[in-house]
Design a binder for this molecule. Structure first.
Ligand SMILES: [Ca+2]
Length: 471
């Protein structure tokens, strides 16, 4: 009911769109990277080669405890693009495409109605290019109707956005995952993999947007390191002689948790090798994932070089965001889709022109994906829609020591809240709480020992706090 009231209040109090903004407002460049866990040099992973994202972090603020709302692409991107908690599945944006409030006040729609040219290229909403239909290219089925001036997904030899999404080198389209390489390193140019058409198109768009009379809100979505793990060989070779640290807490959790059987990964595994029981294969998987990360990092570098060549560079807010994390063997999971720390924590880096104080110092304040929309409104001096659930991160951009807030996430019938010290996971069945997980990060950063049974009062208090945020 509270949600409905908020929604109605939002409709009534919605400010009229401002007149065309001209070039006085800053541009926004939003870089979305699919399935990127926060394992980058600038996030403390010394064995990862990520010079371009590291350079961004040096210029702005890296958020080392940024949590997504959902450990799956579509539901997480819904929260980024609407600034609200929402449906828990990949169809979230499509399902709300007819909802007037969401349609007119989602992030790109809001910037567009406030005088911005809004362009998306690659995977920004759940479907690259934002269309439904069998090949995800049906113009009559938009994922975000009217939000983008241009919602693009050049597909090159992969033929269409669906082909691009799970493609391997040189136009290979996924038909059956079990027939495909899950690990691949083709010795070719950046453009031999599906992110090639996206970076080429993005560089063209930057040139067009520079000449545009309006400021731009430009979102670029790269697919790697999403499965299958294929990248140009030179990025995978970076790790040939690198010794990786051991996998922390690699055992399957005891008791009822959000552990799962790594189905998304295992369906590709035509070699019948299982990283959970095959340490050599586990290392190969980790090194290919790292290769995909370094490939994505190189694409970020090309995009930034393209931006620097334009006159827009000095007046552009830059956000780099990962849509969720990924377990590389922690808790014996190879994939996302859990409510453990590894699935929910993702990289966030923000560079705001004019907010240079303490730049390069990361913040460990707890923040959420829903905070990004109000932050961008704040930095662009736009009044945000009244029913956003997040809070501007301006304070953290000005002061890395500013305290954070609790973060919530959800999947299916389960919800979790992460506070400074604890994580509570609440599982429900038939509308009733079935069981709880409670972890004390001060003594147990790996989320191994469930203390819900011995701390019922704390679990109840956190559950209440979770409800207050969700409702
Ligand atoms: Ca994803």
């Amino acid at each position: 009911m509270k949600h409905l009231l908020l929604l109605l209040t939002g409709c009534l109090l919605l400010p009229a769109p401002l007149p065309a903004a001209g070039k006085t407002r800053p541009n926004v460049l939003l870089i979305c990277i699919d399935d990127l866990r926060p394992e980058l040099k600038c996030f403390g992973a010394g064995h990862i080669h990520s010079p371009n994202i590291d350079a961004l972090a040096r210029r702005g603020r890296a958020f080392t405890r940024h949590y997504v709302q959902a450990p799956t692409c579509g539901a997480s991107r819904y929260t980024l693009l609407t600034g609200r908690y929402g449906p828990r599945d990949n169809g979230a944006l499509f399902r709300h495409s007819g909802n007037e409030q969401i349609r007119t006040t989602n992030m790109p729609a809001w910037f567009r109605s406030n005088g911005y040219t809004t362009v998306s290229i690659g995977k920004v909403s759940h479907h690259p290019g934002g269309r439904g239909g069998p090949d995800w290219n049906d113009d009559s089925k938009p994922e975000m109707p009217g939000a983008w001036t241009r919602h693009l997904c050049p597909s090159g030899p992969w033929q269409h956005p669906r082909g691009l999404m799970h493609g391997q080198a040189n136009g290979e389209i996924r038909r059956n995952a079990k027939d495909m390489d899950v690990l691949q390193a083709f010795d070719g140019a950046d453009d031999s993999y599906p992110d090639g058409p996206t970076i080429e198109g993005a560089l063209e768009q930057l040139n067009l947007l520079e000449k545009d009379e309006k400021p731009f809100f430009f979102a670029v979505g790269f697919l790697r390191p999403h499965l299958p793990f294929g990248a140009p060989a030179r990025y995978v070779r970076l790790y040939d002689d690198v010794s990786f640290p051991g996998i922390p807490h690699p055992s399957k959790p005891v008791g009822r948790t959000t552990w799962h059987g790594s189905g998304e990964f295992m369906k590709y595994n035509r070699w019948k090798r299982d990283p959970r029981s095959d340490p050599d294969f586990a290392t190969r998987v980790r090194k290919h994932y790292a290769g995909c990360v370094s490939y994505a990092d190189a694409l970020v570098g090309r995009l930034m070089a393209g931006l620097e060549k334009t006159s827009a560079a000095g007046n552009t807010i830059i956000v780099l965001w990962g849509d969720h994390g990924w377990h590389l063997g922690e808790h014996a999971i190879w994939g996302k889709h859990s409510l453990f720390e590894e699935s929910l924590r993702s990289p966030l880096v923000v560079i705001a022109p004019g907010l240079k104080k303490n730049s390069g110092t990361p913040t460990s304040a707890i923040v959420e994906t829903v905070d990004i929309f109000p932050t961008l409104c704040d930095l662009a001096r736009l009044q945000p829609p009244t029913d956003l659930v997040g809070t501007s991160l301006r304070l953290h951009l000005e002061n890395p020591a500013a305290p954070g807030r609790a973060a919530i996430s959800y999947k299916g019938g389960s919800e979790t809240i992460r506070t400074e010290r604890h994580r509570l996971v609440r599982h429900s069945k038939g509308g009733k709480v079935s069981h709880l997980e409670l972890y004390d990060h001060e003594n147990d950063p790996g989320e191994i020992e469930n203390i819900a049974g011995s701390q019922p009062g704390l679990a109840a208090a956190l559950s209440k706090k979770l409800d207050a945020k969700l409702n």
